[in-house]
Design a protein around this ligand. Structure first.
Ligand code: UD1
Length: 361
């Protein structure tokens, strides 16, 4: 069985890392399986890419396409063009794509045009906001995939509501592969080098286009962060997109905000384990906050992880209607993290068994 994994952006390294570990474990057990990795280059900085491969011991990509820092259309188009000949040459039994980035969509389109079997990990998520590039990417990827590995019951439900079961026989809730990674690596968590933090701190990240690309929205976010920092220290690993936009708009983050470069996965696990609360617009971090039993404030008007909002662990806020400090006081004492929405941390092995059964039929 030959599997091609297509990835390119930071959250995909975290997901694919657990899958590669499972593939190698199966290989050691004598299963005939080969994984070929294509890295599109969407994320290319050392701290956005290389460090994840090193820490998580993800096999070095067999192909690196070097397509990053472009507009969405150019990025996606160039990826499709460069992925196609690799697929033709490698003739995989299946292509694995993860999540909702431009790399996911490019991998899915290139594969579907060659009639290759596509398995989408993290299928069925919806924000119901088509203005988000990720929502378009995930709907189109789901539509051309043959095997839809959903992380939650609500993701399966979304696909059923969109009639996916009329044309796809393989829709399954296998749990969330990010839980595999969190459980496996949490013992190895590392404090970011040189970081000095006081006892109580908030972990914050902001990078979504809808929060960074309008100067007015970004200015409001920075000002609310500055106000919250008067109450409690904030540690803010700053995404390159946000950093650029803050500089362009000449905004200033106050000193009680500990602005650091994007952190590695093991560093992020340390911050998650030690913070009091998370403020973010990332999809993955909302769940990771829950894995680490931390309340989360999500700076977005909708989320794909609706179960977290329903159980009260996550609060969605738009900073134009709601003050971050008020949300902080509402959320800081939340402590009911008893539901296991995301499976048992054995998602990679469930995916492998399913693929092995289907592809060897
Ligand atoms: C992408 C994904 C998003 C995911 C996020 C995680 C899409 C549509 N979006 O958003 O779903 O949550 O990754 O980080 O695929 N940049 C660097 N160095 C890097 C990477 C990016 O400087 O290593 C710059 C780019 O040149 C660009 C900006 O950051 O100017 C945004 O990068 P891009 O990959 O377009 O999207 P993300 O915002 O990272």
């Amino acid at each position: 069985m030959k599997i091609i994994t297509i990835l390119g952006a930071r959250p995909q390294f975290i997901k694919a890392g657990s899958m590669s570990r499972e593939i190698n474990r199966q290989k050691d057990l004598g299963v005939d399986v080969t994984e070929v990795i294509i890295h599109t280059g969407q994320h290319y900085d050392t701290n956005m890419s290389d460090v994840f491969f090193e820490e998580m011991q993800i096999p070095k990509p067999n192909y690196f396409l070097g397509i990053g820092g472009k507009t969405h259309g150019a990025m996606t188009g160039q990826m499709i063009e460069k992925i196609e000949p690799i697929l033709v040459k490698e003739k995989p039994d299946c292509v694995l794509v993860y999540g909702d980035t431009n790399s996911t969509l490019a991998g899915a389109i290139a594969s579907s045009k060659l009639n290759l079997k596509i398995a989408h990990v993290e299928a069925g998520l919806r924000s119901f906001n088509l203005k988000m590039p990720e929502e378009v990417n995930r709907i189109l990827t789901d539509r051309v995939s043959n095997i839809l590995f959903c992380p939650t019951d609500s993701a399966v439900e979304n696909l059923k509501n969109e009639s996916f079961s009329n044309w796809c026989d393989n829709i399954e809730n296998v749990g969330d592969i990010m839980l595999d990674s969190a459980l496996y690596y949490k013992e190895k968590a590392l404090i970011p080098k040189g970081l000095e933090i006081k006892k109580n701190f908030i972990l914050a990240t902001i990078h979504r286009a809808e929060n960074t690309d309008s100067p007015e929205t970004l200015k409001n976010i920075v000002s609310q962060f500055n106000k919250l920092a008067e109450q409690i220290e904030i540690v803010l690993p700053l995404h390159p997109r946000t950093k650029k936009k803050i500089e362009i708009n000449k905004l200033k983050l106050y000193d009680n905000i500990n602005v650091i470069a994007p952190v590695s996965y093991l560093n992020m696990l340390y911050l998650l384990n030690n913070c009091k609360l998370v403020v973010t617009d990332s999809g993955g971090l909302q769940k990771e906050a829950y894995f680490f039993k931390k309340p989360c404030i999500t700076v977005r008007s909708e989320t794909e992880w609706t179960e977290l909002v329903e159980c009260g662990a996550n609060k969605l806020i738009s900073l134009f209607n709601k003050n971050l400090i008020d949300a902080y006081f509402e959320m800081i004492n939340f402590n009911n993290f008893s539901n296991s929405f995301y499976g048992n941390g054995d998602t990679a092995s469930r995916i492998f068994i399913k693929l092995n059964n289907l592809l060897n039929k």
